[in-house]
Every structure is written in structure tokens, then in C-alpha cells.
Design a protein around this ligand. Structure first.
Ligand code: NAD
Length: 392
């Protein structure tokens, strides 16, 4: 069938298998151009099908030559409808790994559940023995607590006061006023339950209990801080409280299991998760313009090359005052941030494309779903049913 993008709000409900495959191949090429000899050899990636988790899996496999076990929650094709982008990404990832004789198995299901943790444990025991790196890269709107079945929902709200600012309607390309009501105590607690460190701790506890972590194992979870203009909704909002909880969890994990545990603060990039956050798409559009002009722009794959090569498995052991790895350093460069702050109040619907890289934002958004990728014939009839052969 011919597959076209169908955008609903801030997601695209269709995905193109050939486009997703080409995008994965492009990231594999970046990874292979950056070999990391001191890298890990057996890696578990939780949230491995899109965004930062997918790039982490690609760098592990194709820069470090590691065996990878990936966990994600994706939709296969049913009734002739396309699968989700993360499904097709994994199909393509697996193909590239198999070509190079690299172990790559995948588990599709709810990473918050005991059932999926058990599956991962069994697979590591059977196939890998132990893992020497665990990447935690989940972004989810909800979590069912395996302890009692309670459903928690994360939200993106300011705390203490309502928040008014301009935001970008990415479908219409219009600048609009947004006004967000402050979170309740319950909103904050629920967001921490979903996006905080508890589930990461449960994963590490399960792995450690079963003696599946090497003594030199490293684990990392991804965080974001960003510029002051987004603080009311991000750093000082509900999601920011959840991200602070990752710092607590990281320390606990390091102390309890005697392994290196980190929170890495990554740069703002276009992903399915970031496109859902109010104000962030406008910020990213401005940021991309400035970082492209300066030649410091990076996507997920370039960020993870730097994280693995220079930081986690490299010489640069520098942490910030809160003990975090900062690969958002180029984003937070004062000159970049000053330019963002200068442009922000000037942006209108009329000058959006001139003052920002909104075109690139839109292009990258479609690319997340395999559309608009160079070299792909979108008029070609494609089979939407693709198997992940090494699905456990
Ligand atoms: P993403 O939406 O691209 O990826 C999320 C991943 O989580 C996917 O693989 C998805 O399948 C998986 N997932 C979601 N719910 C799941 C569940 N219940 N069970 C199993 N898998 C599940 O998101 P992303 O932007 O790459 O975000 C990953 C992490 O990076 C998040 O912690 C995010 O806060 C952080 N981060 C993102 C940015 C950014 O700008 N996108 C910046 C810094 C840090």
C-alpha cells in the first residue's frame, strides 16, 4: 500500500517501513564512523525503539560491537494498518545487526510490569550471562504500578502558579498564547511515579538480585534541564520534579549495587516525547537555528556518540555540581542561550520561518515516522507487515 503521514495532534498515526529503515541505516553509518573500543559488550536498553534509546542501542551495537537486548512498547501492523515507527525501527535495527553477526533480541511490552522484567532476566540468563551496561530511556504518559495495579498518569504542568507564554502549534505553524493551570499535589506525585526513578531502581534491583550485572557495569538514565524560558513547564514543573527523583535513584543504585550509576542531561531534540511538551517545539525551532548557524547542532545519534565516547566510556569524567553528566553543554552555551532569549519575544506566526528553523523541526518530526527521508520512493507500494525476527 501507499502510506502517507496522518497527523493527529502531536503524533503521526502512520509510519513508513522503508523510511524508518533508511533513517536507522543513516544512524548506523554515524555509529560505524565512531568506533568505541573501550565500550560495553552486553547492553540492555530499556526504551530502545525510538529517540535517545534507539540511538543508544545503535551506538552500543555498531560503535561498540555489543550484544544488545532492547525493551520497548510498540504496535505491530494489524488489519493492513502500518505498525508504529518504533516497530519498523527495530525491524531495521535487527536486520543491520544480523548482517554484522551481532546479537540483537527484543522484548515488546510494558517495561513497568513484572512480566517484562522476568522475560528480560530469563533472556539475559540464557543468552548473555550478565550485562555491563543498562540504559534507561523510557518516556511514557502512564505507569501501572506492578505492586498493586494502580494506574499513574504523568502530566506536564507548572507548579505553584499558572504559566502563560507563547507556544507553537506545530500543525498550523502558528504562534499562540498558552496558559497552563498549576499542578495539584496529586499531579506531581503521579508524574514522579511514572517518570521518576522508582522503575529504574526496580529494574536494577531485579538485575542485581539475579546476579546479572558485571562488577564494572554502568547504568544511565536520561534527563533534561533546558533554558529558563521553559523552566516553569519543565525544570520547575511536574516533569522536573520527576527528573530530580532520577538523581536520588541514581545515587541509591550506585550505593546499593556498587556500580557506576549516572543521570545524563541530554540536549533538546525532536522526538515523539518532546513534541508533546508545550513551549518546547518553539524552543527547539529557535535552538536549531542558532546551533545550526554555529555548527554545533546535534541529533540523538551525535549526542549518544559523545556520551559514550567521551564520557561514559571515555576520558572525560567531569560531572556537574549535582553529579550529572552534561551533554547538553553546547545547548546551554551562554552565547546560544542569549541568542534564544533575544529571538523568543520577537517570534510571530508571520516571521516564524525566518527567525527559527521551524522547517527543520517539521522535517525532523515527519522523519521520526519515516516520512520525507531522502532516497525513499513514497509512491512505491509497500508491504506494511514486517516481522521482528528475534522478538522474545
Ligand atoms: P521517545 O518517545 O522517542 O522514546 C520513548 C521510548 O520508551 C520508546 O522506545 C518507547 O517504546 C518506550 N516506552 C514508552 N513506554 C513504555 C513502556 N510502558 N514499556 C516499554 N517501553 C516503553 O522519547 P525520548 O525523547 O527519546 O526520551 C527518552 C528519555 O530521554 C526520556 O527520559 C526523556 O525525558 C529524555 N530526554 C529527552 C530529550 C528530548 O529532547 N527528546 C532531551 C533530554 C532527555
Amino acid at each position: 500500500m501507499i502510506i502517507e503521514p496522518k497527523i493527529r495532534g502531536f503524533v503521526c498515526i502512520t509510519a513508513h517501513p522503508n523510511g524508518c529503515a533508511q533513517k536507522v541505516k543513516n544512524e548506523v553509518a554515524v555509529a560505524e564512523a565512531s568506533p568505541i573500543r573501550s565500550g560495553p559488550k552486553k547492553v540492555l536498553v530499556i526504551g530502545s525503539s525510538t529517540g535517545y534509546g534507539l540511538s543508544s542501542r545503535i551506538i552500543s551495537a555498531f560503535s561498540c560491537k555489543a550484544a544488545t537486548l532492547g525493551v520497548f512498547f510498540e504496535r505491530p501492523s494489524t488489519n493492513g494498518k502500518p505498525a508504529s515507527a518504533g516497530w519498523y525501527n527495530t525491524v531495521a535495527f535487527e536486520k543491520e545487526a544480523v548482517k554484522r553477526d551481532l546479537y540483537a533480541k527484543s522484548i515488546n511490552g510494558d517495561a513497568f510490569s513484572n512480566e517484562i522484567k522476568d522475560k528480560v532476566i530469563e533472556t539475559i540468563k540464557k543468552d548473555l550471562g550478565k550485562v555491563d551496561c543498562v540504559i534507561y530511556s523510557l518516556a511514557s504518559p502512564k505507569r501501572i504500578d506492578p505492586a498493586d495495579g494502580t494506574i499513574y498518569k504523568s502530566c506536564l504542568k507548572p507548579i505553584g502558579a499558572s504559566f502563560e507564554n507563547i507556544s507553537l502549534d506545530t500543525n498550523k505553524g502558528e504562534i499562540q498564547e498558552v496558559s497552563l493551570e498549576p499542578a495539584t499535589e496529586d499531579d506531581i506525585n503521579q508524574t514522579v511515579k511514572v517518570m521518576g526513578g522508582e522503575d529504574w531502581e526496580l529494574w536494577m534491583e531485579a538485575l542485581a538480585k539475579n546476579d546479572l550485572l558485571t562488577s564494572d557495569c554502568k547504568t544511565v538514565a536520561y534527563s533534561y534541564i533546558g533554558p529558563e524560558v521553559t523552566w516553569p513547564i519543565y525544570k520547575n514543573g511536574t516533569i522536573g520534579v520527576a527528573k530530580l527523583d532520577l538523581d536520588r535513584a541514581s545515587e541509591e543504585i550506585g550505593n546499593k549495587y556498587g556500580i557506576e550509576s549516572y543521570v545524563s542531561v541530554n540536549k533538546a531534540v525532536v522526538t515523539q516525547a518532546s513534541s508533546a511538551i508545550p513551549v518546547v517545539p518553539l524552543y527547539i525551532s529557535i535552538l536549531y537555528k542558532i546551533m545550526n548557524q554555529k555548527g554545533t547542532h546535534e541529533g540523538c545519534i551525535e549526542q549518544i556518540v559523545r556520551l559514550f565516547k567521551d564520557r561514559l566510556f571515555g576520558e572525560n569524567k567531569e560531572l556537574d555540581l549535582d553529579g550529572r553528566i552534561r551533554v547538553d553543554d553546547w545547548e546551554m552555551d551562554p552565547d546560544v542561550q542569549q541568542k534564544v532569549a533575544d529571538i523568543w519575544p520577537q517570534v510571530t506566526t508571520e516571521n516564524l520561518k525566518e527567525l527559527t528553523d521551524f522547517n527543520i523541526y517539521q522535517k525532523e518530526f515527519l522523519e521520526l515516522f519515516g516520512f520525507g527521508i531522502e532516497g525513499i520512493d513514497y509512491n512505491e507500494d509497500v508491504n506494511v507487515e514486517k516481522e521482528i525476527n528475534h522478538l522474545v
